[in-house]
Write a protein that binds this ligand. Structure first.
Ligand SMILES: Nc1ncnc2c1ncn2[C@@H]1O[C@H](COP(=O)(O)OP(=O)(O)OP(=O)(O)O)[C@@H](O)[C@H]1O
Ligand SMILES: [Mg+2]
Length: 224
């Protein structure tokens, strides 16, 4: 079964300059697949993840994810969809500066799940990601890698159906990167669908499929 179906998706940013960030993108992803997305800076990788995660709407085309036609949902329905179905590891973390590490991980699911349960899940994830000693620190007191791992814990806490990862290991040393990779592999083995933007060649080898974006055009990568 396809968990993601994009059909003729175009994204055009209009402002001071007009940019065609995605051009006629059609993509099917089966449930449980691990897809790697490669492409140069500015090629549309983050825009593509934003479409799938319901963070933005396409200019034209259809986006169907987990049996929902995202372009037909109201803003409120889209918010529920994101919270329930999607885990998103943002390229620039997007942590809330006034909340602690533990609160940042808990907040998106609170009050939708019992607080005790969220707190124990959040603590467990943060410990797995070697952040047990930073639970009550503010983001401003963290290193780049610690922020990244906090963002990863937040994306995983509700065991989403689909995990969208935008350069999840860009700021990590080898041990932490291996640790994040082990988390991703275990989630994948348990059936999670993973789409990952990465420049890490080793991580790219774990995928079932590699997609390549250039100037907003998506291609299955053809090996030389
Ligand atoms: N909010 C926006 N307004 C206008 N243009 C945008 C906006 N977001 C992205 N773009 C443009 O769309 C194109 C694709 O951007 P996107 O962020 O998807 O690239 P990317 O492949 O993720 O790049 P990087 O590897 O640098 O993160 C870029 O050329 C960018 O300038
Ligand atoms: Mg990007």
């Amino acid at each position: 079964m396809n968990i993601v179906q994009l059909t003729d998706v175009q994204v055009e940013y209009t402002g001071l300059h007009t940019v065609q960030a995605l051009k006629d993108v059609t993509l099917s992803v089966e449930e449980g697949e691990w897809i790697t997305i490669l492409g140069p800076s500015g090629s549309g990788k983050t825009t593509l993840l934003n479409m799938i995660g319901g963070m933005e709407r396409p200019s034209t085309g259809e986006v169907r994810v987990a049996d929902m036609q995202l372009n037909k949902l109201s803003n409120e329905e889209l918010q529920d969809f994101r919270r329930e179905k999607i885990g998103f590891i943002f390229q620039h973390y997007q942590l809330l500066e006034q909340f602690t590490v533990l609160e940042n991980v808990m907040l998106p699911q609170w009050p939708y799940l019992p607080k005790k349960e969220i707190e124990s899940r959040a603590t467990e994830r943060l410990s797995q990601l070697l952040l047990a000693h930073r639970l009550h620190h503010l983001p401003g007191e963290l290193s780049g890698g610690e922020k990244q791992r906090t963002a990863i814990a937040r994306a995983m806490i509700h065991s989403p159906q689909i995990l969208l990862c935008d350069e999840p290991t860009g700021n990590l040393d080898r041990d932490n990167r291996d640790n994040v990779l082990a988390c991703l592999r275990s989630l994948h083995q348990n059936g999670m669908t993973i789409l990952i933007v990465t420049h890490d060649e080793e991580i790219a080898t774990y995928g079932d499929r590699i997609l390549f974006l250039r100037d907003g055009i998506l291609k299955e990568r053809v090996e030389a």
